[in-house]
Design a protein. Structure first.
Length: 745
């Protein structure tokens, strides 16, 4: 074809195409092509009962969005599941159901509603654990046969001696006219004629009948209690919760720590009324149950049974999950306790953000590690005073060195180092108790350095061996205690309470401990890995995790500054750790008094929680917590009158509250450590004259001082060695997420 002919042909084709296009666009001659149908909206699914990667017991309470009015169907790992989604109260766009039949390990749940689908990946662990706490502690003594149920009978022998599993038991108790507690309900077909009624916090009036469920969860004994009328109401479910439940939950813990290892626990850690100005924390708390709260606990949340906050947190997480699967998701969950129950509240809230939405603590410590570490420093001092140099210091000089108010207060604190001593029956300072074990642990299972070196060791460190790690030669738990560079009695030297010669002799001869807590001439060197893991795990409460975002209400109602070991400085240590973690403690309220009216504190705490729950404005959880704080710091005078005043750590009469309630120091603080007492292993710096507040050493004294501290002295202005923030939901196996350490590897 000639070139011109080719152009003509192409032009004709182009004109034809244009004509055809015009025809196609002419609505008078054809209909437009239909728009493609929109893709169905995917279903949005969330787990209400736990984190999706930490499901336990083979089921999960889930909520899904609704795309249309057709039924929601489900498959679990490709198999159709029998499940009924119930629309959420007051909502046409979401529904909730309990998905069961999950296998141990990874699971895929697919929900379908018409053409809309959603996929949820879940990781499920056995109801008996472990999940994040590492290999099961051995030995471990089952105690279901010794556990008393509400009707006075025993729970029964465990069906599995390894997992300590027993069948679930449900019993009912009721509040009887003219009594202050509860009595067993004889039958569930009629409400007793002498039962009282109660009106919960939402204004709902119901018979004061309480359902108590007992089961085994995470090898501990779980219990829950809440208002339920078995005569008129069906078995509680998330779709049909009891009328009396106010949609709020309280977690209960326990007390103490000494001896908290190797047992399941034969009783919950109930602290009765009369302590700390009317404070009580118990499963059958008549006041909280009357208000409609659901309460739960687990023997492994009781520090006298289990002094390992990682295992406590795991048990609490799993126990709350079980309660949520029974009743539904609460508006909020709070935790309260005194002594061991208070530090459990703080530690678990910090370790697992979202587990608790607020904590009300009394007679508190930061954590049991704080008690043991301060005790270990003090015990070295008491040994120096009593055995190494019994005439070197007067009683007044000893008190100045320790920082406590009195010698009795110091000795009570120092003797708490018995928690770290595996040698049972050691003779030492009067009142010192070592190698504590529950009576249920047979003598043949216990550690003896000579006759049973592989036996169970009764120490706070060995109870936490999965976190501390183990010595390759002895298999004992590694230890975080470290006193290298600590200048004991530094404050006493600066103030002139002791001489340079006394200061030098004390620090030259103070010594340390070996793995069996025997005294050594050399100072103790804490294992750096154990130190860092203490921070990461939350065994050492950091105040830099979940507690920074929730109400922390400290009711400081027990003081032992003249003896015992519930000292005021522990409260200020707790607060300072929050300040170190978040820059301030604006989410923290402290009331001091002897006692503090607990009922008043509960009212304010509840008001705080309700205000946060009702706050739909913008802002973080921390911002909402701070802006809804309903009260201020203060103290109660002898007449019971509240004095609104910032609470500060001081023994000087520099405020009304400090005049009424002076607070004193401790051995670490008297050695220069910050009030937080949060440094397990200090960074070192060279010895400098500026440390001693104008005290001038001679050349010979300076030479001796440098020989005592050849690598330097503690630099308390810096964070400690390995001092890192807590790892949220830290795992020590088998859960792979946030895995910090695996002792098996």
């Amino acid at each position: 074809m000639k070139p011109d002919s080719k152009r003509i042909a192409l032009g004709a084709i182009t004109s034809l195409c244009a004509l055809l296009a015009a025809c196609a666009n002419d609505s008078s001659t054809s209909d437009p092509a239909p728009a493609p149908a929109p893709a169905p909206a995917p279903l949005q699914i969330e787990v209400l009962s736990s984190r999706s990667e930490l499901v336990t017991g083979g089921s999960a309470l889930v909520r899904t969005s609704l795309a249309n009015a057709s039924p929601v169907t489900a498959t679990v790992n490709g198999t159709a599941a029998t499940v009924t989604f119930t629309p959420d109260v007051g909502s046409t766009t979401s529904a909730t159901a309990l998905i069961s039949g999950l296998a141990v390990g990874a699971n895929t749940v697919v929900l379908s509603q018409g053409a809309s689908t959603g996929t949820l990946n879940l990781t499920n662990y056995p109801l008996e654990g472990p999940v994040i706490s590492g290999p099961r502690q051995t030995p471990y003594i089952c105690q279901t046969q010794d556990f008393t149920l509400p009707d006075g009978t025993k729970y029964g022998t465990a069906t599995n001696g390894t997992t300590c599993t027993a069948p679930t038991v449900v019993q009912y108790v009721y509040a009887k006219t003219g009594t202050t507690g509860f009595v067993p309900m004889p039958v569930t077909t009629a409400i007793p004629a002498d039962a009282v009624t109660t009106t919960n916090s939402l204004g709902v009036q119901v018979p004061f009948v309480v359902r108590v469920e007992t089961a085994t969860v995470d090898r501990g004994i779980y219990q829950s209690a809440f208002l339920h009328n078995p005569v008129t109401e069906a078995t509680p479910t998330p779709a049909a919760p009891p009328k009396g439940w106010n949609k709020r939950v309280v977690a209960i813990h326990g007390f103490g720590c000494t001896g908290g290892w190797y047992i399941q626990g034969a009783a919950q850690g109930n602290l009765s009324a009369g302590v700390a100005g009317g404070f009580h924390a118990e499963l059958l708390d008549r006041e909280r149950l009357a208000e409609g709260y659901a309460l739960f606990t687990n023997t492994l949340q009781h520090p006298s049974v289990n002094c390992n906050s990682v295992l406590q947190a795991e048990a609490a997480m799993m126990s709350k999950e079980r309660l949520v699967k029974t009743l539904g998701k609460p508006v909020y969950t709070v935790s309260h306790g005194c002594s061991g129950g208070s530090y459990s509240s703080s530690q678990l809230a910090d370790q697992m953000p979202g587990l608790f939405d607020g904590i009300l603590i009394a007679c508190t410590f930061p954590d049991p590690m704080a008690i043991a570490i301060e005790g270990s420093h003090g015990h070295l001092l008491s040994n120096y005073f009593a055995a190494t140099a019994p005439t070197a210091l007067t009683t007044a000089e000893q008190v100045a060195v320790t920082g406590y108010k009195s010698s009795a207060a110091f000795i009570a604190a120092a003797n708490q180092s018995g928690r770290t001593d595996p040698i049972a029956g050691r003779t030492d300072v009067p009142g010192y108790v070592s190698g504590s074990m529950a009576a249920a642990i047979a003598a043949g299972l216990r550690y003896n350095a000579s006759t049973n070196p592989a036996g169970a060791r009764g120490t706070v460190y060995d109870a936490q061996r999965n976190i501390m790690g183990r010595d390759a030669l002895t298999n004992f738990a590694l230890r975080p205690f470290d006193n290298v560079g600590v200048q004991y009695g530094l404050a006493a030297l600066r103030s002139g309470a002791i001489t340079k010669a006394q200061f030098l002799d004390l620090n030259e001869r103070i010594g340390g401990y070996d793995q069996d807590a025997n005294y050594t001439a050399s100072r103790a060197v804490g294992n750096s890995g154990a130190v860092q893991r203490a921070y990461q795990s939350g065994l050492q409460y950091g105040g830099n995790g979940g507690t920074g975002n929730i109400p922390v209400f400290d009711v400081s109602g027990i003081y032992n500054d003249d003896g015992g070991y519930h000292y005021q400085w522990f409260h200020f240590a707790n607060r300072q750790r929050l300040i170190d973690g978040f820059g301030n403690a604006d989410n923290h309220v402290m009331w001091r008094g002897n006692p503090v009216p607990y009922a008043d504190a509960w009212v304010k705490f509840k008001q705080w929680m309700e205000a946060i729950a009702a706050d739909t404005g913008a802002g973080t959880a921390r911002a909402k917590t701070i802006r809804n704080k309903p009260t201020t710091d203060g103290c109660y005078n002898a007449a019971g009158v509240f004095v609104a005043e910032p609470q500060t750590f001081s023994s000087a009469p520099n405020s009304t509250c400090n005049t009424l309630l002076p607070s004193y120091g401790a051995s670490q603080l008297a050695a220069g450590a910050p009030v937080s007492a949060s440094i397990l292993k200090c960074q070192l710096k060279p010895v400098t004259a500026a440390d001693y507040g104008g005290v001038v050493f001679t050349l010979a004294e300076a030479t001796r001082l440098n020989a005592i501290f050849p690598n330097g002295v503690c630099d308390w202005s810096k964070p400690g060695v390995g001092q890192v923030p807590v790892v949220p939901y830290a795992s020590f196996g088998p859960a792979p997420g946030n895995l910090v350490f695996d002792i098996t590897k």
